[in-house]
Design a protein around this ligand. Structure first.
Ligand SMILES: Cc1cc2nc3c(=O)[nH]c(=O)nc-3n(C[C@H](O)[C@H](O)[C@H](O)COP(=O)(O)O)c2cc1C
Length: 169
């Protein structure tokens, strides 16, 4: 089956997943388009659509693209800064899926944690300086530090397992 890999990535995490998918798919599928949201991606019947989590959903660029997709098989993949809660991941995937018109066939999605810019940690450090008992800021710094190693090799392996589990025919 021919496919396209469309993704939005600000700092490279989602791009890393997209590149891994491209390599994995190369054996069995012809990739007609690889890159940023673009109508050229719609030539393919199967779309892998990658996003970075922006306030609980995908960014506007990808939202606009998803709304133009009709009659395709779509698999969503992405990265999120906050990675400790599977229910949160499901919620994000649901929010992004809601941007897709109903006449598509939506496959199960994949999400893993992705590191965040240093400025995010500095913001929480500043909050902690103001109030040393700020437990939310402490949790956010812990999460930031956990996210630093993601996407990890384990995440990329999980991406491969997810790909292998998809009913692509
Ligand atoms: C403006 C902004 C909003 C974000 N909102 C969320 C969010 O709501 N939930 C979350 O888990 N991560 C959030 N993040 C973290 C990014 O989704 C995460 O670092 C992601 O891996 C970035 O992917 P990229 O490197 O492909 O751009 C946000 C990051 C930015 C810059």
């Amino acid at each position: 089956m021919n496919c396209s890999i469309v993704y939005s990535s600000r700092t490279g995490n989602t791009a890393r997943l997209a590149g891994t998918l491209k390599d994995l798919l190369a054996q069995d599928h012809t990739c007609l388009y690889f890159g940023a949201p673009d109508a050229r991606a719609l030539q393919a019947d199967l779309l892998f659509v990658g996003f970075w989590t922006d306030r609980g959903s995908c960014d506007q660029l990808l939202r606009d693209f998803l709304q133009t997709v009709h009659g395709k098989t779509v698999a969503l993949f992405g990265t999120a800064g906050f990675g400790s809660d599977p229910a949160y991941f499901e919620q994000i995937l649901g929010n992004v899926a809601a941007c897709l018109p109903a006449d598509n066939r939506l496959l199960p999605g994949f999400l893993c944690q992705g590191r965040m810019p240093q400025a995010v940690r500095e913001r929480y450090e500043h909050q902690l300086e103001q109030d040393a008992n700020d437990s939310r800021a402490k949790r956010m710094i812990e999460n930031f530090d956990t996210a630093l190693s993601h996407p990890s090799e384990t995440d990329l392996q999980a991406l491969g397992s997810w790909l292998g589990s998809l009913p692509l025919v």
